[in-house]
Write a protein that binds this ligand. Structure first.
Ligand SMILES: Cc1cc2nc3c(=O)[nH]c(=O)nc-3n(C[C@H](O)[C@H](O)[C@H](O)COP(=O)(O)OP(=O)(O)OC[C@H]3O[C@@H](n4cnc5c(N)ncnc54)[C@H](O)[C@@H]3O)c2cc1C
Length: 471
C-alpha cells in the first residue's frame, strides 16, 4: 500500500543543501517534507559527529566513526568508483555536512561564475555567514599560531589585496561552553524546537520525481528497510542528493538534460603532507594547544588554496619520529583548481541499477595537461611552506590524493546562464525546461574552484529558496 503525504515543498536529502533549503522554507512558514535515504545516527537529527563525541579524549573516536562507519560508497555500491576510488558519501541524516571540518574560505572572484558577479552573491554570503555561525578568527590564536602565520607569510610572500594569509574562517561556536560545529541541525532548527511545518523522514530513498507535463508535482520514495512506497505531493520539488545522488534521481525520473547531466564534474586536486615542526616552534606549543588552521587563499593568479593545520582526523602515531608527539607536527593541504571539462563525467546507466534502485553511475575522470601544470606549481608552494615551518631535511613525503580525496566533487547538475546543453540548472538552481523543480547542493557548482565549497553551497541554496518562494 502506498502512503500519501502532502507539503508545500518536498526536499530530497538532508545534507548541506537540503537542510539549508528546508530550514529556510520552514522558517518562512511553508510546509516542508525532507526525504533522507539514510538513517538518523545521532541526536539532535543532523548534528555533527564531533558534537556527539565532543571531548578531547574522544577526538580519535570521531575519526574512527567518520572513516570507519559514516563514509561509504555512493548508494552503498559494493565496489568503489574505479576512476575516483576515494569518492565517498554519507547516507545518514545530515549527509556529509554531519562530518565536515567547518572550514569556510570566502570564494575569490575567480571562483564565481562570470554570469553571477560578487554583488549577486553578497546578500547570500552574508546570510550564510550568519546562519552558519562562521568565526573569521576560528583558525586559531596564541604564540605558536602567530609564529606559524608569520612563517607561512614569509615562505610565500605577498598575496593580492583581500586574499592575504590569515586564520581560516570556521563554522563553529561555543554553546554552553562546548565547541559546536555547524551542521544540518543548525540549518533545520536554528536553536529552536523543530517547527511543526517541517518533517524530516529518514530511511526513505527518493526514486522518482513525479511530473505532470513539465511541472514537478511530487516525489515517489521507497523505504530503505522495508521497500514500502511513499508518495509526497508538493507544489515544488528540491533535489539535494549531493553530486552523485542528484543526477541519479533526475536520470531515474527521465529528466535527463543531456549532455550536461553528470558531465563537467570537478573537485580540487588534493596534495597533503605532514611535517615535524622546527624546534623553535615546538618550544611554543602549550600542553593544551588547540587545533588550528591557517588559510592561504586562492586567487586568480594562484588558483590553489594552501592550508596549514592540525587535521586531527589524519592522526597516525605510527608516522611520528621517535620523541615527537602529534602536536609537534602540522598538516599541510593544498587544493588545486581542476578545469571543468565535459569528458570528466559521472556516466549514468540506462539499464543497470544500484542498490538504491537508481541508475548505476561510473565516473570518467582525469587531469588535463593544464591541470597537471597547475598541480606542479601548487606543489612547489606546498613544499615552500613545509620547508619554512618543518624539518624536511629529516625526510618529507607529500602525496596526491586519489580522485575523490578532497570530499568535494561538484558540478554534475551544473549551473549556466542559458539552456545551451552545457548546464542543467539556471542561476537559481531551477532545472531548465521544468517548472517547480530545483537542485540545491554541491552538484550545482559548475565553476571550478580551489576553496572548500560548502559555504558557497549554503549561499546558493538560499538563493534557490528565494526563487522557490517567488515562483
Ligand atoms: C571528513 C570531511 C571533511 C569535510 N570538511 C569540509 C570543510 O572543512 N569545508 C567544506 O566546505 N566542506 C567540507 N567537506 C565537504 C562537505 O561535507 C560537503 O561539501 C557538503 O556536505 C555537501 O553538501 P551536499 O548537500 O551536496 O551533500 P551531502 O551533505 O552529502 O548531502 C546529501 C544527502 O542526500 C541524501 N540522498 C542522496 N540521494 C538520495 C535519495 N535518492 N533519496 C533521499 N536522500 C538521498 C544522502 O544520503 C545525503 O544525506 C567535508 C567532507 C568530509 C567527508
Amino acid at each position: 500500500m502506498t502512503e500519501k503525504m502532502t507539503a508545500d515543498v518536498v526536499v530530497v536529502g538532508s545534507g548541506a543543501g537540503g537542510s539549508t533549503v528546508a530550514g529556510e522554507l520552514a522558517a518562512r512558514g511553508l510546509t516542508v517534507i525532507v526525504l533522507e535515504a539514510g538513517p538518523q545516527k545521532f541526536s539532535p537529527l543532523g548534528t555533527h559527529v564531533r558534537n556527539v563525541y565532543s571531548s578531547e579524549a574522544e577526538l580519535a573516536k570521531v575519526g574512527d566513526v567518520i572513516y570507519g562507519e559514516m563514509l561509504v560508497n555512493p548508494s552503498h555500491e559494493p565496489d568503489a568508483f574505479e576512476a575516483a576510488p576515494n569518492w565517498k558519501v554519507s547516507h545518514a541524516t545530515g549527509g556529509m555536512f554531519a562530518l565536515w571540518m567547518g572550514n569556510c574560505p570566502m570564494p575569490d572572484d575567480s571562483e564565481l561564475p562570470d554570469f553571477m558577479p560578487r554583488a549577486d552573491w553578497q546578500p547570500y554570503f552574508d546570510r550564510a555567514d550568519s546562519l552558519m555561525h562562521i568565526d573569521p578568527q576560528g583558525g586559531g590564536s596564541g604564540a605558536m599560531f602567530e609564529v606559524l602565520l608569520d612563517r607561512t607569510r614569509r615562505a610565500l610572500g605577498a598575496r593580492p589585496a583581500g586574499r592575504e594569509i590569515r586564520p581560516m574562517p570556521v563554522a563553529a561556536r561555543r554553546v554552553n561552553g562546548v565547541f559546536k560545529i555547524c551542521a544540518a541541525d543548525d540549518m533545520l532548527y536554528r536553536d529552536a524546537e523543530p517547527p511543526n511545518t517541517l518533517t524530516v523522514l529518514p530511511d526513505l530513498i527518493a526514486v522518482e520525481v513525479l511530473t505532470e507535463g513539465r511541472k514537478a508535482v511530487g516525489v515517489r520514495a521507497k523505504g530503505r528497510e522495508d521497500g514500502g512506497e511513499v508518495v509526497v505531493s508538493a507544489g515544488a520539488v528540491v533535489v539535494s542528493g549531493g553530486t552523485v545522488g542528484s543526477p541519479k534521481l533526475l536520470k531515474a525520473s527521465k529528466l535527463e538534460h543531456r549532455p550536461a547531466l553528470g558531465a563537467y564534474i570537478h573537485e580540487h586536486a588534493c596534495i597533503g603532507s605532514r611535517v615535524t615542526l622546527k624546534p623553535d616552534i615546538r618550544d611554543l606549543i602549550r600542553d593544551d594547544e588547540p587545533v588550528y588552521s591557517i588559510w592561504v587563499p586562492a586567487s586568480g593568479e594562484k588558483p590553489w588554496q594552501n592550508q596549514l593545520c592540525r587535521f586531527t582526523l589524519s592522526s597516525d602515531g605510527n608516522r611520528l619520529a621517535p620523541g615527537i608527539r602529534e602536536v609537534d607536527t602540522s598538516d599541510i593541504f593544498t587544493f588545486v583548481k581542476i578545469d571543468a571539462r565535459p569528458e570528466n563525467s559521472l556516466n549514468l546507466s540506462d539499464t543497470e541499477t544500484d542498490p538504491f534502485g537508481l541508475p548505476q553511475a561510473s565516473p570518467s575522470y582525469a587531469h588535463s595537461r593544464d591541470d597537471a601544470e597547475r598541480i606542479g606549481l601548487a606543489m612547489a608552494e606546498h613544499f615552500q611552506i613545509a620547508a619554512e615551518v618543518g624539518e624536511v631535511n629529516a625526510g618529507w613525503t607529500p602525496s596526491l590524493y586519489a580522485a575523490g580525496g578532497s570530499t568535494h566533487f561538484m558540478g554534475s547538475c551544473r549551473w549556466g546562464a542559458q539552456d545551451d546543453g552545457a548546464s542543467v540548472v539556471d542561476r537559481d538552481g531551477a532545472v531548465w525546461g521544468a517548472d517547480g523543480l530545483f537542485v540545491a547542493d554541491n552538484s550545482v557548482i559548475g565553476t571550478p574552484n580551489s576553496g572548500n565549497p560548502t559555504f558557497m553551497t549554503v549561499a546558493q541554496s538560499l538563493r534557490t529558496v528565494d526563487r522557490v518562494v517567488s515562483a
